[in-house]
Design a protein. Structure first.
Length: 144
């Protein structure tokens, strides 16, 4: 029997949630599961807290020949037993736990939007005002 470690879709419309499971290759996506190995919730605001994996059981299934899907392979590489983002995941989970204890929504700092081409090419009003003031100060020094 060929086994794959893949995501089983749960949740509802516009609120996805996935269980990471060991499944027979022939079963449908949401079919019978051999074992649940973790969860992945893409709606969690902290990126590193989205995946929770049972590293011991994942190592077992990989050891007996189970093949992970591409997405699950990336999650195992990041958050598995020897993952590259383990410390960041612990910190993110701690921040989520503290926010839950305080009953506050988590504040995630959004990324700064990229400036449009028009803004890059044309100098802003503040820049031109600062340049004019600097030029006036230099001219005043030269007169003295």
């Amino acid at each position: 029997m060929a086994v794959r470690i893949r995501m089983k879709q749960m949740g509802r419309r516009h609120r996805p949630f996935y269980r990471i499971c060991a499944m027979d290759v022939r079963t449908p996506r949401n079919g019978r599961v051999l074992e649940q190995l973790g969860t992945y919730d893409p709606m969690v605001p902290e990126t590193d807290a989205r995946a929770i994996l049972n590293g011991e059981r994942i190592q077992h299934w990989l050891g007996v020949g189970a093949q992970p899907t591409e997405k699950v392979r990336v999650l195992i590489k990041k958050y598995g037993p020897n993952g590259t983002h383990i410390e960041a995941q612990r910190q993110a989970l701690d921040r989520l736990a503290q926010a839950r204890r305080r009953n506050e929504p988590l504040q995630v700092t959004p990324k700064a939007p990229k400036p449009s081409k028009a803004e890059e090419e044309a100098p802003s009003q503040e820049t031109s005002d600062a340049a004019r003031i600097r030029a006036d100060a230099i001219a005043a020094e030269e007169k003295e």
